[in-house]
Design a protein around this ligand. Sequence first.
Ligand code: COA
Length: 173
Amino acid sequence: MTGAFVHPTAIVDPTAQIGDGAQIWHWSSVRERAQIGKNSRIGQAVYVDHDVHIGEDCKIQNGVSIYYGVRLGDGVFVGPNVAFTNDKYPRARSTDWVVVETYIEEGASIGANATIICGITLGAYCMVGAGAIVTRDVPPRSLVLGCPARIVGSVGEDGTPVFDDGRIQNRTS
Ligand SMILES: CC(C)(COP(=O)(O)OP(=O)(O)OC[C@H]1O[C@@H](n2cnc3c(N)ncnc32)[C@H](O)[C@@H]1OP(=O)(O)O)[C@@H](O)C(=O)NCCC(=O)NCCS
């Protein structure tokens, strides 16, 4: 992991692959065989489960857990305390639980405290509003909000949302 930064309080398994320029901050944990792409930034108290793939140039904010079965493409943003899942019907004593895979495509952006129910794909450059519970596939460049999340508009690659009623949310105004 040439050129990567790992804070002394972070725990990175020796079998993990950390790309050049990646950063892993305080109290984060990266498990066996996980892959973190070039220049991706892993914030504080982030848990990256075994065999998880995180692409290049991603930004994972504090308090996120990314479980086995979740795969992030390049340039994905994950806001603070986003919850990914990998077991649709969890039980503490279950011995036959099945990991259900979830894909987050390039450039997707997930707002703070959103919950991603496993088994879906979040399309390229989509945006998930803060606090949403996402239960279905999200088409590329769609804006979804609420619990359960519903499509309310679209979003450009620069992140500017356009609501279905035509309102353009200009971030500079
Ligand atoms: C979805 C989002 C991009 C929309 O921002 P915006 O374009 O400025 O939208 P506005 O604040 O003008 O809100 C437009 C409407 O959507 C609603 N809305 C906005 N965000 C919402 C959300 N996360 N969930 C549900 N409804 C939301 C507003 O209440 C408003 O509805 P109304 O017109 O009926 O009053 C933004 O609210 C959001 O959730 N961003 C993610 C922030 C985040 O988590 N960042 C992480 C790093 S800190």
